[in-house]
Design a protein around this ligand. Structure first.
Ligand SMILES: Nc1ncnc2c1ncn2[C@@H]1O[C@H](COP(=O)(O)OP(=O)(O)OP(=O)(O)O)[C@@H](O)[C@H]1O
Ligand SMILES: [Mg+2]
Length: 339
């Protein structure tokens, strides 16, 4: 188990689906952003991995909580408690009673002041000497190893669990931007709806997400009909457990509608991009990150649609946390991006 014995700085990527904790050099923890609370005594029964395992399997006294929705905090108190528990996992009990020196957390670019306030409230409990927020797309670009300070424009597409953000970065700032609350969760819900509609089969969200992770594809020409998964759920007519197969081509059609919205979001950001930066992007292309960058066919599809080079981040679940961790190493250098 990692611990924070050699550092007083912490970087947090508080995501809609996953929370990652990092210090200046390495990943300390990556766990789902969930917790389960016992409603009888309001005690936390589980956080992170354990809570995710319990999801959709709890009984009436145990309440599963996902404190973020659409990439932002929807339940401030639960976020605070979840973060406290997750940070505790990487901290020895007696370390740093005085708190951290630098505490940096990612925040989507498209966040209201109220949502930012909720995040600050959750971070204040750690009594860090310096607490800053960093816009996640800027952190993601750093995590991808890009130089965000130069004037050369870069297009970043972050398809997370709750939000897709598309930004054009130049001179440590965001020159053009679009976002949409359509991302991984929407794709999972679409799969769930499809089984209910087409086959009267009720499947859990975790099952739907697993189908997406195993054979999810969003470009028909690369879909393979022989890639099949057996999906288990409950027959809504008979009320009994049953299963049904879905192949990759069929799944591609299911994911088309939400992915089309993501594609439109990218198109709009290119439309509002200033011409000089657009010419940079013509050279540098589109950088795709966030967990859903792993969907099969994404590179081929975006290349075909936009006729631009497309770079898929091979470690797309880590880019934001790698970026914030990078900033921890030189907070003065990146002062312009600290909020
Ligand atoms: N191999 C995979 N194929 C497709 N999707 C994947 C894969 N692995 C993870 N995902 C999806 O990635 C998403 C989680 O990604 P990520 O951790 O970047 O999101 P997040 O940072 O928690 O959310 P947000 O950025 O919206 O706050 C989930 O929707 C998950 O289903
Ligand atoms: Mg994210």
């Amino acid at each position: 188990m990692f611990n924070l014995s050699s550092t007083k700085n912490l970087a947090i990527d508080l995501g809609n689906n996953n929370t990652l904790l990092t210090d200046q050099s390495c990943l300390l923890l990556s766990q789902p952003s969930y917790m389960v609370v016992n409603e009888l005594n309001n005690k936390i029964e589980a956080v992170g991995d354990l809570a995710y395992d319990m999801l959709e399997k709890t009984h009436s006294n145990l309440k599963p909580i996902k404190p973020l929705k659409g990439g932002v905090i929807s339940d401030g108190e639960s976020t605070k408690r979840m973060l406290k528990e997750l940070v505790r996992k990487v901290q020895k009990p007696t370390f740093f009673p005085a708190g951290f020196n630098y505490l940096l957390s990612g925040v989507p670019f498209d966040t209201t002041p109220v949502e930012k306030r909720a995040l600050r409230d959750a971070l204040d409990q750690f009594s860090a000497r310096n607490t800053f927020l960093v816009h996640e797309p800027l952190a993601a670009a750093l995590g991808l190893g890009l130089d965000i300070q130069e004037p050369e424009g870069k297009l970043i597409v972050d398809i997370g669990g709750g939000i897709t953000e598309v930004v054009v970065i130049s001179l440590s700032g965001i020159a053009a931007f679009q976002s949409i609350r359509v991302a991984g969760d929407t794709l999972d819900e679409e799969i769930q709806d499809y089984f209910r509609r087409e086959y009267n089969l009720s499947v859990g969200l975790k099952t739907a997400e697993n189908v997406k992770k195993r054979i999810g594809c969003i470009y028909a020409p690369v879909a393979d009909k022989k890639e099949v998964v057996q999906v288990k759920g409950k027959d809504l007519m008979e009320g009994i457990p049953t299963s049904r197969a879905i192949n990759q081509l069929e799944l591609t059609a299911v994911l088309e509608r939400p992915f089309k919205q993501i594609e439109e979001c990218i198109r709009q950001s290119l439309e509002i991009c200033p011409p000089e930066l657009a010419s940079d992007i013509y050279r540098s292309g589109i950088h795709v990150t966030g967990g859903n960058a792993q969907l099969k066919g994404i590179g081929e599809r975006l290349t075909k649609i936009f006729q631009l080079p497309v770079h898929i981040d091979p470690q797309s679940l880590l880019s934001v946390s790698k970026g914030i961790s990078h900033i921890l190493n030189a907070p003065q250098k990146y002062r312009a991006v600290l909020i």
